[in-house]
Design a protein around this ligand. Structure first.
Ligand code: FAD
Length: 432
């Protein structure tokens, strides 16, 4: 029988074809495979990495920029009120000791309606706790978490990492970074903040409400000591908070103001700004002195319709943002990270696929109601206090006073805000 010999066709040499071929081969060769890729090593992404430290997962954290060290001999402008649940999580992952020296306890909190007569006062003693929360600089939190995650051999910190391409698939995804490296994983976690590229790449829709406000932050020195008290004045243009720092005469301020006022305040020089601040806040802490530059952040309420898809989960600001008036934003993100870590560890123990949507949905169901209610509550507060109709003002004053007088209701509010109640992940439950 006659058999035809195969004919070897030699193509004309095409340098472009060769370049593409070599690049693809190099990508395949250079592709590193992980179980989990966390996009964003901010406070929330780094915490998730620590919570997965030592587990049977190979994890990479991709972060744009190395965390900046906290300033020596001063305080950074950006701080967060940290709930007792978040402190429990930091303790459980071994990062609290590195933050504690710069964490200022809040023993009491007073909220005043600046245009009315209503006020409410919370005291840690009423719930039998030494404090209600801690004020900690964001840089202190992030550096402590990043230092901690470096101790785990199963966590790889990839920084600086500029992502050029996401290829999110139901059976395994790939992320390409600027140096051409490709990283593959069964699960991609978007912890890349409010403007999440991961969320966009996955096509997850988000509902967003612009508040037309900015949050101005600065550090100030006060004549009288803060006595570990947090003070917040609700003005029609937004709340002004004085948060105690780990130095008795120093406070961090968060002044949320409608855009027009915020821009006006930002344009003032230090002396004129301090005069406005003093006039608005009053005399409670004596003379106020500015200790450095101001920074401003646009405020918005947002909530992703879904936090998960096959091979994908969103945590922290990538999934939701709330108004800073309740000091809850990053704390919700820490609970997301702790809940997701628990779901993933449970799935691995039962030999289930960590990228399966059915597994990830448990995380989404767990966290969504809690997060959504905080979006609604902070939004409601903003509109309630931003409204100066006499009837609304009288009702909210009455509401504050009644709540202040009703001890059981007030204690429930404090316990909930401090993170002592609710469906908490294992890492957030206090052992002692
Ligand atoms: C004025 C103000 C005051 C606040 N006060 C409080 C408070 O008292 N208490 C509280 O709980 N919350 C507070 N918040 C909210 C809190 O700051 C946020 O909820 C928190 O920063 C969200 O953390 P995150 O890690 O989810 O996101 P982010 O802090 O936005 O971090 C995202 C990280 O991802 C990185 N990243 C982004 N894109 C990429 C990419 N493509 N590739 C690699 N890396 C990427 C970024 O560099 C960053 O490090 C406040 C917010 C504001 C604006």
């Amino acid at each position: 029988m006659h058999t035809r010999k195969p004919v070897l066709r030699v193509r004309a040499f095409n340098p472009e074809f060769l370049r593409v071929l070599c690049a693809s081969a190099a990508k395949i060769y250079m592709k590193s495979n992980y179980d989990i890729l966390i996009v964003g090593g901010g406070m929330v992404g780094s915490l998730l990495a620590c919570a997965l430290g030592g587990a049977e997962f190979k994890v990479a954290v991709l972060e744009h920029q190395p965390p900046a060290a906290p300033p020596e001999g001063g305080f950074d402008q950006r701080v967060s009120a940290i709930t007792l649940a978040s402190v429990a999580i930091f303790q459980a992952v071994g990062a609290w000791a590195a933050m504690q020296a710069r964490a200022a306890p809040v023993r009491e909190m007073r909220i005043v309606d600046a245009t009315g007569t209503g006020s409410i006062h919370f005291d840690a003693a009423e719930i039998g706790e030494p404090c209600l929360a801690y004020i900690v600089e964001n840089r202190v939190i992030q550096t402590a978490l990043v230092e901690r995650l470096h101790r785990f051999t199963n966590i790889h910190w990839v920084c600086p990492a500029e992502i050029t391409d996401f290829d999110i698939k139901h059976d395994g995804s790939t992320v390409t970074v600027t140096d051409g490296r490709a990283l593959g994983a069964r699960l991609i976690v978007g912890a890349d903040g409010a403007d999440s590229a991961t969320r966009r790449a996955a096509g997850l829709d988000t509902q967003r409400l612009r508040l037309d406000q900015k949050g101005i932050v600065a550090t100030v020195r006060t004549e009288r000591p803060h006595a570990e008290n947090a003070r917040q004045r609700f003005l029609p243009t937004g709340p002004l908070a004085f948060l105690p720092l780990a130095e008795p005469h120093t406070c961090s301020i968060v002044w949320s103001a409608d855009n027009a006022l915020a821009d006006e305040l930002l344009a003032l020089d230090d002396a004129a700004f301090t005069v406005r601040l003093q006039k608005t806040f009053g005399d409670d802490l004596g003379k106020i002195e500015s200790l450095g530059p101001r920074a401003a952040f646009p405020l918005a309420l947002s909530h992703a319709r879904h936090y998960t898809a096959d091979g994908l989960a969103l945590i922290g600001d990538a999934a939701h943002t709330v108004h800073p008036l309740a000091g809850q934003g990053v704390n919700l993100g820490f609970l997301d990270a702790a809940a997701l870590a628990e779901v993933l560890l449970d799935a691995r123990a039962k030999q289930r696929d960590i990228g399966a949507h059915a597994v990830l949905r448990r995380y989404e169901r767990w966290r969504k109601a809690d997060n959504l209610s905080m979006v609604a509550v902070t939004g409601g507060f903003k509109y309630l206090f931003g409204n100066d109709l006499p009837l609304v003002r009288d009702l909210r004053n009455l509401g504050l006073d009644l709540t202040d007088a009703a001890t059981p209701i007030k204690n429930r509010i404090i316990r909930r805000a401090a993170g002592l109640e609710g469906d908490l992940p294992r890492l957030a439950r206090r052992t002692a």
